[in-house]
Design a protein around this ligand. Structure first.
Ligand code: GLU
Length: 307
């Protein structure tokens, strides 16, 4: 790893992929997200030996959206352990992130934690063990990223609440199968806030470091998950982390990763580093157009992937 010039590599990739801006679309089904300036690109790499490499808008906080699913899932995985698997599966869905279709056939048990239905169950599990879930989520991600300034964007959270009919449908539907323990409004409120967390590429690359480091936060040595649990989260990111484009992402990058409709994608190279790319315009699957291409170029040029 020492002989790879990460700084030059990410700067070159950023300049080359910037040309894709204009070919995608900023998420507009959440009105507050539609207002984001699409001409932004950031890349950050955080190595396990403590180096941070950054290029472009890597310090600009953005709406992490579905990337929050990894954080809340990790919180409840630690607390609930394997009991979680009676509430959700770990198979790719092959459907869009907010789909309802499988839930009816599968008795209200979501396919995996990284589609909306699964994330809503994770949030419900958190509500069952936390008196103040929003405070707990915030202190968890602040600790992981080593940044006490991370906060929620309540404008985005409220915008989602006003238009979140599908998420409301999902949570009510699962409640009808007995797979939601708490009040649906409370689950939705926590879920919309976690999606509205504002973090930069640098924050996210740091916050995912524990997944590159066998479950231990390299910033402070704290055990976040067991090594086995970290392996499982990475495996699910590999198979389910990019909606129904997870296969394409694995094919292009050979890395576990998680995307969000705010335009961020975080990927993990176990035992080495984590990397985050952000650019708000999305492809038709809801993944960052620049992010997909940048990560493909990165793993191809450096020759680093898990395969
Ligand atoms: N808050 C978004 C939703 O639930 C998250 C979607 C995403 O990033 O995949 O619709």
């Amino acid at each position: 790893m020492n002989n790879i010039d990460f700084q030059t590599c990410i700067e070159e990739i950023l300049n080359e992929t910037r040309g894709l801006i204009g070919k995608g679309r900023v998420a507009d089904y959440i009105p507050a997200l539609a207002e984001v300036d699409p001409n932004q690109v950031g890349i950050a790499v955080q190595t396990l030996d403590g180096q941070t490499f950054q290029a472009g808008d890597a310090l600009v906080p953005f709406s992490i959206q579905s990337i929050s699913k990894v954080f809340v899932f990790s919180m409840v995985f630690r607390a609930w352990g394997d009991r979680l698997w009676s509430r959700m599966g770990r198979e790719p869905s092959g459907n869009s992130f907010n789909s309802l279709v499988q839930l009816e056939h599968e008795n209200g048990i979501p396919r995996n934690p990284f589609i909306n239905a699964g994330a809503l169950v994770s949030t419900d599990c958190l509500l069952s063990i936390s008196k103040n879930p929003l405070k707990d989520i915030l202190s968890y991600v602040r600790g992981l990223a080593g940044n006490s300034k991370i906060s929620y964007d309540s404008v985005v959270a409220n915008s989602e609440r006003e238009t979140g009919y599908r998420n409301a449908a999902l949570v009510n539907f699962m409640k009808s199968f007995g797979n939601i323990e708490n009040d649906v409004e409370a689950v939705l409120n926590a879920y919309f806030h976690q999606c509205g967390l504002m973090m930069s590429c640098v924050d996210l690359a740091r916050a995912f470091s524990f997944l590159a480091n066998g479950g231990i936060n390299p910033l402070n040595g704290e055990q976040i998950l067991t090594q086995s649990q970290a392996k499982r989260v990475n495996a699910m990111m590999q198979t389910c982390g990019l909606y129904n484009e997870s296969g394409e992402f694995a094919f292009c990058t050979g890395l576990p990763g998680k995307s969000g409709v705010g335009g961020g994608i975080v990927a993990v190279v176990p035992k080495m580093f984590s990397i985050c790319v952000w650019s708000p315009e999305l492809n038709r699957h809801g993944n960052s157009l620049v992010g997909m291409k940048a990560l493909e170029l990165f793993t191809t040029r450096t020759g680093i992937s898990i395969f």
